[in-house]
Design a protein around this ligand. Structure first.
Ligand SMILES: *[C@@H]1O[C@H](CO)[C@@H](O)[C@H](O)[C@H]1NC(C)=O
Ligand SMILES: *[C@@H]1O[C@H](CO)[C@@H](O)[C@H](O)[C@H]1NC(C)=O
Length: 286
């Protein structure tokens, strides 16, 4: 009996999450068709990045919802998940939204602020907590709808990784396991795995743990206080240090001659502020 209940719960969860994914599978875009993503590699200190999110949401009056759930705290105050930062920078309509309970996340009452939101920001912590709370619920669907109507979805650290289709470092045991017990993110960008804190934490080789088992994915690893801004197939580095691209190729503004060229299964390269990348062609835009 128990196994039947578990099975049907799983099947229902699969059906619920299949909806939006199937609708979107014919899209010619790897990123969102409408709206913009701001994907930050952790330790987001740069006001210019938060300001960019406010601008993309439509200015100071635009309703912004921040989601602190990844943090795992018992309680959150009104400033959680950068809500205080957005207000300090002039945003006038910022709401902190949180539950750990997917049944609550599936209610209209809980999800209501997302109906009119023009911006969403996911704070840091452990990305699997966002999956456990929101995957397959009305709340997750409304995150996608913020993009559909031209808004901005953003996040830092765990709030960066959750935006990929493959969930990097999704294990509940610790944050060192790249292919963990949670492997599906919210998929605002398809066919990618997104890592964060990459250079500061010496994580530049970790992406290969994922690409060895999922070679079809594009790897994107973002350093701290650095943003990747994505719409349709276009990605652009904004501020900070570097974003590392793992697409099996090598690129450098100095030309493509690398003195010690590793084989294509262990190669990556760096993009910086202003550099642009085509997520569909998987090549740098020069
Ligand atoms: C915030 O935005 C919501 C949705 O547009 C609106 O109902 C509410 O009145 C706004 N609150 C403030 C303080 O502007
Ligand atoms: C994107 O916006 C256009 C124009 O408003 C709309 O027709 C289209 O359905 C939107 N796409 C998605 C995926 O919602």
């Amino acid at each position: 009996m128990k196994s039947i209940i578990q099975y049907s719960t799983l099947a229902l969860a699969a059906l619920a999450s299949a909806g939006p994914v199937m609708e979107r599978s014919n899209s010619p875009y790897v990123g969102p068709e409408n709206g913009t993503l701001v994907i930050i590699g952790g330790n987001a200190q740069d006001d210019a990045i938060y300001q960019r999110i406010i601008d993309l949401a439509g200015g100071p009056g635009a309703p912004i919802v921040t989601i602190p759930t990844a943090e795992g705290s018992d309680k959150y105050d009104d400033n959680a998940a950068a809500a205080g930062t957005f207000r300090r920078l002039g945003a006038k309509n910022v709401t902190v939204l949180h539950t750990y309970d997917p049944k609550v996340a599936d209610t209209e009452e809980f999800a209501a602020p997302l109906r009119s939101a023009k911006g969403v920001f996911f704070g840091g912590g452990r990305q699997w907590r966002l999956v456990d709370a929101y995957a397959g619920t009305l709340t997750e669907r409304l995150f996608h709808e913020v993009l559909d109507r031209g808004g901005v979805v953003s996040g830092s650290s765990a709030g960066a990784s959750i935006q990929g289709s493959f969930l990097a470092r999704g294990d509940t045991a610790n944050n060192q396991i790249l292919v963990g017990d949670h492997q599906v993110g919210f998929g605002f960008v398809k066919d990618v795995a997104i890592d964060q804190h990459v250079l500061v934490r010496n994580r530049q080789f970790d992406m290969f743990d994922i690409l060895k088992v999922r070679p079809e994915l594009l790897g994107i690893a973002i350093d701290e206080n650095t943003a990747l801004i994505v719409s349709k197939n276009d990605a652009e580095v904004y501020r900070g240090t570097y974003v590392i691209i793992y697409d099996g190729k090598f690129w450098s503004r100095e030309g493509s001659d690398l003195k010690h060229l590793p084989d294509s299964s262990s190669i990556f390269y760096f993009l910086k502020d202003g550099d642009k990348y085509d997520l569909r062609k998987r090549q740098v835009v020069v």
